[in-house]
Design a binder for this molecule. Sequence first.
Ligand SMILES: Nc1ncnc2c1ncn2[C@@H]1O[C@H](COP(=O)(O)OP(=O)(O)OP(=O)(O)O)[C@@H](O)[C@H]1O
Length: 751
Amino acid sequence: MPSSWAMLLLHTGIFFSNLLLGSAAFGSYQENNNGTVPLTVSLPSGSSSGLLWQDLSVMTPSSQCLLRSSSGFVENGHICGILGPSGAGKTTFLSTIAGRPEASLHVNGQVLHYQLDNGHSNNNNNDNNYNYKCAPVQSGGVAWLQQHDAFFERLTVKETLDLAVFLELPHLSWTQRDQVARSCLDSLGLSPLQDRPVGSPKASRVLDGATLSGGEMRRLSVAVELVTMPHLFIADEPTSGIDSKMSENVMAAIASLARERQIPCFCTLHQPRSSIWHMLDAVILMAPGGRICYAGPREDVLGYLSSVGYDCPSLTNPAEFVVDLVSVDPENVEQAAKDSKRIEELAATFARYTKEQQSTNGGTTCTIVSDDSLPVSKAQQQTSSVVEIDDTKQRHPFRAVRRFGALFRRSWRQNIRSTFLNAFRLLISTGTALMLSQIFPSIAKGEPPQPKSVVDRVALLSFGVINMMMTAVMKTLDVFAKEKPIVQREKNRNLYSSLEYLLSKSVAEIPLDVTFAVVFTATLKATTGLAISWSNLTATFSLMTVAGASLGLLIGSFTSSQEAAVSTGIPIVIIMMIVGIINPSGVDPTIEKPLLIQSIKTFSPIATAIEALALAEFSGMEFEQQKSFLGWRKIRDVSRVGGVALVKNGDEVLDALGLRDADYPGVMRHMTALSLLNFGLCWLFLGFSDTAWFGRLKQLYKATFSGRGARGVTTSTKDECAPDPIETVNRHTMTVTQQIKPKRVAVNARV
Ligand SMILES: Nc1ncnc2c1ncn2[C@@H]1O[C@H](COP(=O)(O)OP(=O)(O)OP(=O)(O)O)[C@@H](O)[C@H]1O
């Protein structure tokens, strides 16, 4: 056995054994347990509610610590900025407190919405005897502003918001939904832009006309996230990619909404300008490895750092100063060593400091109520009088039909308004058909079928198939990769299922795809002497376009970005093309094709389409009998290549091409089955890509076949996920709270 096969078998064995063993080893994030939990965080006296996390740490399956254990609390209406260099673990922290950690990661600790139950205080003079109610964070109640804005580019601002409101609040009447959309537009200053197409951050404004600027798009993203009454607002780099003034506007909008709605807000920030720094109520300073170097009120950070020996120079932006303190210079080895040492000291000092400052909780417990959210505060009740979260939105069957209609309209508008793309496809369809008719003159219009045209006919149909297939796959890959983040975001909010999205998208796209196929076949039929009937030609090309689109969807569903989709899609289509091309000079039936090639061919829509077209073209074809005066066929009219040289009619051509046993309807059925299979697999990938199992599979695949953990983390590194470190504390009782002042509490600042 060649050594490469042995290695492959070995790796596969390791992969599956990892999978079996690994499944037992992964811990689970505590989400839904009812009961009481002892609090390791001192809560601010008098505060009513907020978000609380306890002993929260995150590890990779290979025991690499991404986030060191920490606890804290952010009061409702407050903004907590998470600052640190790239790769420190800010996004990991955000996704963990939002209840959406990557499926493969191992999370310890708890994240709870907390509310002081004022009505049931045992002793007003002692905070520890208050009853606290806590509810686990539900990912459906979290508004998450992603790092990158993703919208259907051709929809207007109002249409985008209307759909978001419809999906989030399906139980409201049309007028109520309109009111909600308009009030969101107003509060984010988007009303004057409501009829403008959203556009894409990368699109050329010259080509696409007036679309939204980066800052306006960010504000629209905020509006979409806040159409309901979330309990937590998370913003991952809300100011990335926009200029300084726009960043300030966006942050001001986020801050005022968080206060108005009384929800805690966490946002990661890279070097914010000082006006943004002053909008923050609390700050978490995070160093690489998820080390917390400071967590507490924003106005105390410089004082604290000064007390441990780091004074912020005058005229320096405090945000820049603190981020520089926890950054490592990757280009200078000596400096990097110094930076790492400083960071270790800062993290250890802060852990010690919080330990000293920590007030004893004296056995405070928090009662975990049901999975439903806590009773909302007064401010929330006022805002939510019209807008309520409706958890039944997926269940009502009639709503599923209306949702399908709304998703269909969105896809349809997106397609039909893509004027440039549609014009280009129209041009390509007509242009290619005209070009093919010129390249193969032996199939000229009005010419009776002759043996010499056999090879040209096979070649023309094959080129037609390849061209249409390439266009269908590439277009789908491009569009689907752009839509995927939007769909993922909406699915995270439980607004619809993958199946509803796929069906509505397909139903909206098929008419356009078929239109281009019809234009192509009509031009081809009008300019060439192909024998196949126009209806068969059109049916085959239409079905093939659908098969191509379904292949594009399948490839798009398991790749993570547009670039990955295209670079995976091109080789796949080329392989399908190589196995699918029929040798126009005929095949030798005595030579068996290797099993692998046969199998790929079975799944190649290109092979199937070429076969179908050849069957429809040559079945029953009679060649014109042109005889010379001696009664022989003219030599120049004989088909000139290989096995088809001596054929007398179309059926013999099909024999020579190896299609004796195939029939047109059977091959068309095969192509339909292929399309359905691709759709089905795409649905599975979309549905399961965010499950823990899929995450583990990906992680194990990377660990087994590349010897490295995900995203470049070496699997050999072991790193305990303890908080930054107070050496003598017993691991079981260790409860480091990140607090600066007992009375003002941790990541909680009052304004
Ligand atoms: N699933 C995972 N498996 C292994 N390592 C991971 C995983 N997710 C993130 N990481 C690693 O954890 C570290 C922190 O990543 P994270 O995205 O949280 O950083 P960040 O501070 O948000 O960075 P940026 O500011 O660049 O977005 C990085 O080194 C990253 O490669």
